[in-house]
Design a protein around this ligand. Sequence first.
Ligand code: ADP
Ligand code: MG
Ligand code: ZN
Length: 494
Amino acid sequence: MNNSYETVIGLEVHVELSTATKIFCGCRTDFGGAPNSHTCPVCTGMPGTLPVLNKKVLEAAIAVGLATGCEITRVGRFDRKNYFYPDNPQNYQISQLYFPICRKGSVEIETKAGKKSIGITEIHMEEDAGKLYHAEDGTSLVDYNRSGVPLLEIVTEPDLSSGEEAVAFLEKLRTMISYLGVSDCKMQEGSMRADVNLSVRKPGEDLGTRTEMKNLGSFRSVIRAAEAETKRQIDLLEAGEQVLQETRRFDEASGTSFSMRSKEEARDYRYFPDPDLPPVVVSDELIEKIRSEAPEHREARILRFEKEYGLPEYDCKILTETKTLGDFFEEAALIAGAGDGKAAPTEENVSSSYKKVSNYIMGELLRLQKERGMDEDEIPMSPEHLAELIRMTEEGLITGTVAKQIFEVMFDKDCDPRAYANEQDLCILKNEGVIESAVDQILATETGPVAEYLSGKEKVLGYLVGQTMKALQVKADAGEIRALLLKRLKDRSE
Ligand code: ADP
Ligand code: MG
Ligand code: ZN
């Protein structure tokens, strides 16, 4: 790519709030109901109906505003954005143009290039539109279940200079918002969508003409779209042509974008204050209440995990990547650390139980999530079962290898590990006779390695332990096998 240009990106991020009901009526917001079953006269735009703002939406917007360092607008307003489209039954969308609820914030991101502060221009509240289905026979159907679902639109300054930075910003935003508990921010399910505004310029020049790519649905497509669009704009400029200000659609399959329409301006929408909704008056008390009741954010949780569970910073950062994962760790750790209730656990035992929980999560759990193509906050097993598995290893009931095997089964089936180990006969063999006869069997069949050992090649011992272990289906203690082998071999060499 031509290095004499720099990329300039500003994002418009839509986040679907997880309130129980819609922004201006009492209809449910949950996904997956029969088409048009979560609707009423308000969210289907019937004449004579009046919208009433859902207080939870306002509170969520303020919480996100405070987390992103914004100023909260004390007297806000809703405006009508007028346009006709069948997914928009009122012929206008209720949004905020003139007095958005939050302004002038910033979010710090970290990339390989270091830390950088990204300005937040504004955050406003608005309603989502319905959904259209275009059937193959040429007919179209509309489902208004999504009509009136609350959205926050978060607009950044043009402070980002690459797709990677845009993704770092989106990840940070997703973490902040999901910790606040106001949205799950799942890009693949559409609860977080990003429009990428992008222009290129030579360093020191004024901002170039931008294009806007709509509704990118994954971090990967944000990066790909930014790269492709940067190249397309540079090629145009280098060929002496101009970049047109337009809205483009990125096509996942081909990795290229194409023009949808020339860019509309705010004035095209004939925005005007919505006369059906009174001004949104925000009191100091409300802001203070939201500030003081804000749940723990990730940075605070990292520090607390280090302190309370004595874990390395490295572990704490991974364990807090999503709120769900941190919650899972904490539940499992508290149960595992409590011991078996028979003897009071010592401080040392407790902290080693915490570390074991962390290791299982960072190692096995994240690996299996990835292998199964699951989402980062999809944890199909219960924390009780992980704690129980750890207790079984501490009791010396199963070997580490078997524990990992059971972990995988628990991950897929969430079974009770103790019951499963008994059922599958996986517990360590306590019957010495069984181990002894396996050792004797190995010594009798592995004559070559035994001879090598006796002639001084002591490394062969590891092999013999391994073979015995295998014969016992990894259900014995390696130390015990080793000791027994040594004893027998010593008898022979004498
Ligand atoms: P609109 O609401 O019409 O899309 P805005 O002026 O509000 O336009 O800007 C929307 C987004 O575009 C913001 O994130 C802003 O940072 C970004 N943006 C504006 N100008 C540029 C530019 N020249 N290059 C890249 N991004 C830009
Ligand atoms: Mg825009
Ligand atoms: Zn409704």
